[in-house]
Every structure is written in structure tokens, then in C-alpha cells.
Design a protein around this ligand. Structure first.
Ligand code: CP3
Length: 351
């Protein structure tokens, strides 16, 4: 399938998309990973009694939840409300998202016969995504919408382990012990992920983020050999749309260069590596996103501002900077602290 250059959207001249393209910006754009979610009372209210995965399949509800943080915080971009396991659910994988736990897979994928059950994703499988993004882009006007997907390694970690893991022992056992099965699994996931991102872009998403949240568990040599090819395939598949591609993982300081090389236009950085050092590691030609420690938001306003100032100072001179947290908003965060943070970054960086 060829990837047509989509016509410039209403969001084309937004600060967020300009920063991703490394163009001059009126202020540093801000959004937060997990900005939609449990930190907001209005989210908890509309989600009451509705299981997580079901909520992702209701276009009106998805639209409302995606818009909530935009209304409240004046962030520079919306992120589509969904989850990384939605495309797997859509092809019939028996999984659920358990509150306080995360994705749990009923029958983990450990053998070639298990792998055969992962069928292709078609746009019709996720028609609710197309519908919700249609509604959203109309409501958002010039505010960009970020689509997203889980990267092959992070999806594989849930599928092979059967749920969240600290050690990834089953996934790594497959990676080291049966490299052909592992490569085939990641390639399968890359195809599914590519379709899922294309659906979002064709429906109107004006940037995409590939979450390889748990890739930090890997040594660079293993990432390069056993994971990068699959992530690169995903990025390649969406290259022709002219839509910025963001790549993020936690604890990936040693992988930043490789994550850029996989095909990202913007590399997301967690709080462990200062942005100036991250820029040296990533090299020229890419924007950076990040990287305030999300737990800083539990400190006083003065402390939040001082730590934010440090992030902005280390971003001085970057080719492009999108302000974000180093990982997702924690559920117990005071939403007013987030609103104040957006305002602070905007005023501090106004040009
Ligand atoms: O605002 C946004 O960022 C958009 C929505 C979003 C969700 N999940 C909604 C969600 C996004 C971008 C994700 C991505 C996601 N999901 C990742 C990558 C990002 C990251 O945090 O590293 C991962 C690893 C997952 C898998 C997953 N889903 C986890 C670990 C959890 C948390 C489990 C828990 O209860 O603590 C989920 C559930 C989930 N996804 C929630 C939300 C708002 C919370 C569940 C709820 O509200 O009932």
C-alpha cells in the first residue's frame, strides 16, 4: 500500500508540529503522556462502570476523554484515548486490562502454533478508531491529535509473559533461545502495528508516537539485532505521510541513538538523561521530547518550577523541543499542578 502525502491539516502550523519538524516556534509546546486518565475527576466520572477496553471502542466516549485534558490544561496536543493492546484485542487475542495491574493475556504466546493465531489487522477491525478520530479532528480544529501504538517489543513482552513483568524472562528466553520464532513474532506485530498507525493517520491524526516503554530492559546489542528491525519496519510503513513519528521508551538512555536510527523524527527521553546529553547521543536531525520526572509534580510549586527550569535550560539550543514528562502522569497527581506547569512552560519560553 502506498502512503500518500496527506494534505496539510488545520494543525499544520501548530507549535507542536513545528517543534517536531524542528522549525521555529512561538513557545515550547507541551503535552503529557497519560494526560487523559485517572488524574482527572471528569475521567473517573465518565469511566464509571465501563471496563477500560470497552471504553476504547465507544467513539463518543473516546472523543470526550481525549478532549478533557485539552480543555482543562491548555496543552498543545491531544493524544488519542486508547491503549497499546487495542489492536491485539481487535484481532481476537484473549486479553483484558486489569485495574492497577495492566494488560493480562489469557493464553501467552510461547510456540510457533501460538504465533499462528495472530492474524492480520484490517481497518474494519478498528472502525471505531476511524469514527472517533473523525469526530475528534472536527472538535480539535487547529490542535493536533497524536495517534499511537505499542512497539513490537513492548507488545511482545505482554503477549509472551502473559502480563506485566519486571524481568521479561519468557520474552528474553524466546529472543535468545529461538531467535527465528522471536523475529517472526516481532515481524507479525510490526505488520499489525503499521496498519493500526495508518488507520489513525488516514483518519486525521497529525503525529504518531510508538511506545517501546519496556525496551530499556535490553542491552544495545540485543536491541539492535532483535528489536530494531521490527520497529524500523513500522516507521518505514508510515514514512510517506509527512506526519512526525515519535519514539519513546523508559530507561532507554543507552538506546537513544538506536531508537532514532529506527526511523523516528522525534526521540522521547525519560528523566534519567538530561536533554543536552540526549541530543549528543541521538545526533543531529531529530527533535527531542521530554523530560520532567513525573514525581516532581508531588513537590511544591516552587520545586516544580525549579526542576522545569532545569529541563528548559538543558533544552536550550536543541533543534526542536517538545516538553513532556519523562513518563506518564501518575494517577494521584493533582491536575492543577499540570495546568500550572503548562502555563509556566508557555510563559517561560514565549518568543
Ligand atoms: O492520555 C494518554 O496518554 C492516552 C491514553 C493511553 C492509555 N494507555 C490509556 C490507559 C496511552 C497512550 C496508553 C499507552 C500504554 N498502555 C502504554 C505505553 C505508555 C506507558 O505508560 O509506558 C502501556 C505500557 C500500556 C499498557 C497499560 N494499560 C498499562 C501499564 C496500564 C496501567 C494499569 C493500571 O491500572 O495501573 C494500562 C491501563 C490504562 N491505559 C489506563 C489508561 C487511562 C488506566 C486504566 C483505567 O483508567 O482504568
Amino acid at each position: 500500500m502506498s502512503a500518500p502525502e496527506t494534505p496539510p491539516s488545520a494543525a499544520y502550523d501548530s507549535a507542536f508540529l513545528k517543534a517536531c519538524r524542528r522549525e521555529p516556534v512561538p513557545h515550547t509546546p507541551v503535552w503529557f503522556m497519560r494526560q487523559a486518565g485517572r488524574s482527572l475527576p471528569e475521567y473517573r466520572k465518565v469511566r464509571e462502570g465501563i471496563p477500560m477496553l470497552e471504553s476504547c471502542m465507544r467513539p463518543e466516549l473516546v472523543t470526550e476523554i481525549t478532549l478533557q485534558p485539552v480543555r482543562r490544561h491548555n496543552v498543545d496536543a491531544a493524544i488519542y484515548y486508547s491503549d497499546i493492546v487495542v489492536p491485539l484485542k481487535a484481532i481476537g487475542v484473549d486479553l483484558d486490562i486489569r485495574p492497577g495491574v495492566g494488560p493480562v493475556v489469557e493464553k501467552p504466546i510461547r510456540t510457533r502454533a501460538d504465533l499462528a493465531q495472530l492474524r492480520d489487522l484490517t481497518p474494519e477491525d478498528v472502525s471505531y478508531v476511524t469514527e472517533a478520530i473523525g469526530l475528534l479532528t472536527r472538535e480539535l480544529g487547529p490542535t493536533p491529535l497524536i495517534g499511537f501504538a505499542g512497539a513490537p517489543f513492548t507488545l511482545a513482552s505482554y503477549l509472551v509473559e502473559g502480563g506485566p513483568s519486571r524481568t521479561y524472562e519468557n520474552a528474553k528466553a524466546m529472543m535468545y533461545g529461538d531467535p527465528q520464532l522471536w523475529a517472526d513474532l516481532l515481524d507479525r506485530l510490526a505488520e499489525i502495528t503499521a496498519v493500526f498507525l495508518k488507520v489513525q493517520i488516514e483518519a486525521g491524526a497529525s503525529a504518531v508516537q510508538l511506545f517501546d516503554s519496556w525496551a530499556g530492559a535490553l542491552a544495545p546489542v540485543d536491541y539492535r539485532r532483535s528489536v530494531l528491525p521490527a520497529s524500523a519496519k513500522v516507521f518505514k510503513a508510515v514514512e510517506g505521510y509527512g506526519v512526525p513519528r515519535i519514539h519513546f521508551g523508559v530507561g532507554c538512555g543507552e538506546l537513544l541513538k538506536l531508537m532514532g536510527e529506527a526511523g523516528a523524527d522525534v526521540v522521547g527521553v525519560d528523566w534519567r538523561v538530561p536533554l543536552d546529553e540526549a541530543a549528543r547521543r541521538v545526533g543531529p536531525g531529530k527533535a527531542l521530547q521530554g523530560n520532567l520526572d513525573p514525581t516532581v509534580l508531588f513537590a511544591s510549586t516552587d520545586a516544580v518550577e525549579a526542576k522545569t527550569r532545569e529541563v528548559l535550560d538543558s533544552a536550550e539550543g536543541l533543534e526542536g523541543h517538545v516538553f513532556n514528562l519523562g513518563h506518564g502522569v501518575m494517577p494521584s497527581t493533582d491536575p492543577d499542578a499540570l495546568t500550572r506547569l503548562v502555563e509556566y512552560v508557555h510563559t517561560q519560553t514565549a518568543r
